[in-house]
Design a protein. Sequence first.
Lengths: 644, 180
Amino acid sequence: MGRRSKNKQDVPLPLELDQKIDGKVTKRLNDRLKYEAIRTRKQQESAQRATAQRAGGNARQKPAANAAGPAPSTNGKRKAPAVSKPQKKAKAAAKPAAESENESESDVEMAALDAPDDGWDKAVLESDSEGDADSFDGLDSDDEEAAASSEGAGDSDAEDEEVKQMPLSLLGDDSGSDDSDAGGGMESYDELDTDSDGDEEDGVTFRDMEKRSRRLDAAREEDEELARMELDEAEEVVEGERELFELPSAEQVEVEKDAPLDLSQVQLRIQEVIRVLNNFAQLRDEDKSRNDYMDQLKRDMCFYYGYNDFLMDKLLQLFTVSEAVEFFEANEVARPVTVRTNTLKARRRELAQALINRGVNLDPIGKWTKVGLTVFDSPVPIGATPEYMAGQYMIQAAASFLPVVSLAPQENEKVLDMSAAPGGKTTYCAALMKNTGLVVANDASRERSRALVANIHRLGVSNALVCNYDGREFPKVMGGFDRVLLDAPCSGTGVISKDASVKTNKGPEDFEMLTRLQKELILSAIDSVNADSPTGGYIVYSTCSVTVDEDEAVVDYALSKRPNVKLVNTELEFGRPGFTSFRGKSFHNSLSLTRRFYPHTHNMDGFFVAKFKKLSNKIQAADNTFVVPTGCGVKIKQKKKRAQ
Amino acid sequence: MRPLTDDETKVLFEKLAKYIGRNIVHLIDRPDEPYCFRLQKDRVYYVREDIMRKATAVGRRNLVALGVCFGKFTKTGKFRMHITALPYLAQYAKYKVWIKPNGEMPFLYGNHVVKAHIGRVTEDIPEHQGVIVYNMADVPLGFGVSARSTVDMRKVDPTGITVFHQADNGEYLREEDTLF
């Protein structure tokens, strides 16, 4: 930015150079031109002082004035796209192109460095710089070049040699003020100059040098041509307009199993396959079915993103292919750190001010919450500030606000958090209840309940009761709650960005175990609620997983097993409605009242929230009798006793 | 979970009196709702009575915590105040010390309070009395024991210790494994 704007002001390229280099001025080239110009200028100045003053008087000033007029206006416009264009290409295309450029350039530079030894420095310089232009423009002969430059300069009177070098000297002249940022490179050139000044009379190898440099130019041109072809190819593949994409054959697949391709190739193929799948009718290979493409895509994505086959299948079922890629990409990026203000101890504005004073960069999460703050960056560990230790806030993912917002516990209620650790949601409940009523925080793990107690105390919650049961025991331990929050243990497919081990270590047996546990827990949760509660009677079921097995299927199971509950609006303003049918299975219609959250659409962890209202405590059994169900009927206590 | 015995109550109240003096009465006779002290696995919890009643349904082995933990009885029968009692101590504190921002972090890392860090002090703190430490914004940071009386504090050189550290908010992070 700085450099470019500077260039705009004080380095107008001379007209003829500008014409030669249409569009393809890389920054590197530009710099080189500048350096060389400075070099020649210095040489020239010594020569000119001798010759030019004698002959032309102020020949040097005339073209300067000429060029200064038209050049700046065209220059500014032209350079900007020229600089940005190569960058874009470099991104899309291969490194090799850049490398080859480097090589060729360094070759030329080597030659330039060698030059003083051989003698005629100017010649090399001149042809070299022309060569740069040539390779882009296709001009070959030096004579033409010279003619063009002499016309462009509009300086017909002066001597041959001077005319030839004029454009460069002009450039150098104008860039004089820019010398400071030319840096080390320039200095080295200066040294060269002092060397070459002594050798200048020695013009015997001039012809030789010219030939040599032409050869170099030719080689360079070839390289450039190759690089350009490569670039074009790459672009073609990216655009994919011209070439029909072919799936790798079965043998190729076998080969790849042993010797996997590198990631960029796989990524390209993923994009290709997705493009084909999105426009299947036109782009497909007639012999291949949609499944063939899907199989290849799955293989590639498993390899590229590192998921196991089972999970990849599960996730691909949820999304369209292009959305799935977005989802996977989002899983590679960490979600922003968010904190929840503990309204028991602080107000959000004051907390934000205190943190800003510590140099933390933050913003409110969004309109939907009045207590959340997003932390962009922080010079201090956000989990160890005095404010954190004083319990003024809790580090908590934005997604885990949602179930509590949906639960909306009221003051003086009796609330159960079935799997509470590490206590983010529990303390949020307590804060909403202003430390009145009772929050029963249960967690099955004793280790994790330690962190739960620590957080409850740090945040100044005094209405909590922490216990350590298997959630399935619940209506037997304690029942009659006004609200129950069940944030069920899950596979964690929504929080892969936090814990990438999920990608590989979750198999079908895990899902089976988890879904069964979730189904048992949700029945326990429902049975723990008192439907006659004047203010409540609500159950919120949430998971940090996005798979249907753990979300809609569990809710649907609960609806079928407990006819005394119905789904109600979650009261969350955003999120996608849950599936009412999925791969042939159809769920209860009211499942559209549940909400799904995805990392790639909401920039929070993948999450699922469903809110039930319990209508009565009894359900009608088959033989017209009414029973009060007490949980899922799993006998855990006895198991435990036996284990001990 | 059980109520405290008379001895235990005596030890606890003696300790509490060091920090909040006669304000203990306010802990027991609250105008809003009745509160009580309960012992569960050597920890003393200060809890609302209705919560306590509901907690009786929870098995002893499964009950992890209730209400607010004030501290624990050591094996020798002494009572050790925990940082978790700070909200109540801060509410009824008799003797207070406010420390400057540059002294906040040293204190939160477990150091004693030196003279140079003191911003304000309650008058008439006797020697070896429990004091609550606040920062200048009145946020309680922890508590300790005065090393000198207020009068003597003025005479100490800037690096002299004025309050011995007992507990600070940093323990929530440092001592999470042992504290709960």
